[in-house]
Design a protein around this ligand. Structure first.
Ligand code: ATP
Length: 269
């Protein structure tokens, strides 16, 4: 990855309405993260500090990235998606320099949500040669996070990891990633909601999505998105064959669901 793709900024259109379920999570994020930005006076009156950063964790594909983007959408902020793996693969020195550039870019684009993905890439099971490199990056990250704190300059940091227990403890201290939020796999009811969101606006016959939700235990939001995608492909295929638009059927969706496996189970074992 070149340096420029590391710092690509977007203006997300997604909001919390596009995120299916996760009502408790949204409520907490509203209260702890969004309201202090939108109505700082009430928080200040009670001596409650605003800002801070948020760490999302949980099995893959359950909406951490999507939620971070929706937070940016909610507060009309720009959004930068930083994949830590890309920084880690650079040379010593270059990594720290580029990490600094990303934070600099976020400050220029403020208000900005800077989403730092794959925090678990730091530390963990990497071989000894990279430990020093990791240390340097963690130090640079701490420097940047602490720097932001003293400015309160409308750069909001959201981190994500699948394995928070491997995270460097220094990153978890107050003012850094001290607020930890679990993003669980969707419940049956939430799966139905996500399926409804992903199928709306698509040509369809009557779908029984509650039935599909029932047979998709342990599917992540990403898995469900794939299921709908498969069903869409099927309907397009049929349309091409018949030379006229064929809607997606309940059988298409159900079959697609039965042909896929859930990906969240592994995380819990
Ligand atoms: P990873 O840990 O692999 O990075 P993640 O938790 O960041 O995964 P996302 O990238 O946010 O997962 O989710 C993948 C896709 O799945 C999203 O782009 C979105 O379309 C869909 N998705 C996941 N969860 C939800 C949800 N709750 N509501 C709607 N869509 C969802």
């Amino acid at each position: 990855k070149d340096k420029n793709s590391l710092v690509e900024t977007v203006q997300p259109k997604e909001t919390f309405d596009d995120v299916g379920g996760l009502e408790d999570v949204k409520k907490r994020i509203r209260m702890d993260f969004i309201m202090p930005i939108q109505s700082p006076e009430f928080f200040q009156a009670f001596g409650k500090k605003s800002g801070g950063s948020l760490l999302l964790y949980g099995p893959p594909g359950c909406g951490k990235t999507f939620l971070a983007k929706a937070i940016a959408g909610e507060i009309n902020a720009s959004f930068i998606h930083l994949e830590l793996q890309a920084i880690l693969s650079m040379y010593v020195g270059q990594s720290e320099h580029n990490l600094h550039d990303v934070f600099e870019k976020a400050r220029e684009q403020k208000p900005c949500v800077l989403f730092i993905d794959e925090l678990d890439a730091l530390g963990g099971n990497r071989h000894r040669m990279s430990q020093h490199h990791d240390r340097m990056i963690v130090n640079q990250l701490l420097l940047e996070l602490d720097g932001l704190q003293s400015f309160n300059d409308q750069v909001y940091i959201i981190g994500a990891t699948n394995t928070p227990w491997y995270l460097d403890p220094a990153l978890r201290r107050p003012g850094r990633f001290n607020s930890l939020l679990f993003i669980p796999p969707p419940s049956q009811e939430e799966r139905e909601l996500i399926l409804t969101l992903k199928t709306k606006d698509k040509p369809q016959e009557k779908l029984d999505l509650s039935k599909v939700a029932k047979v998709t235990s342990h599917f992540s939001g990403a898995d469900l998105t794939q299921v709908v995608d498969d069903a869409v492909s099927k309907a397009i295929e049929r349309s091409l064959e018949q030379g006229s638009l064929q809607p997606m059927s309940h059988a298409d969706v159900l079959k697609a669901a039965r042909n896929r496996n859930p990906t969240t189970l592994e995380w819990f074992s």
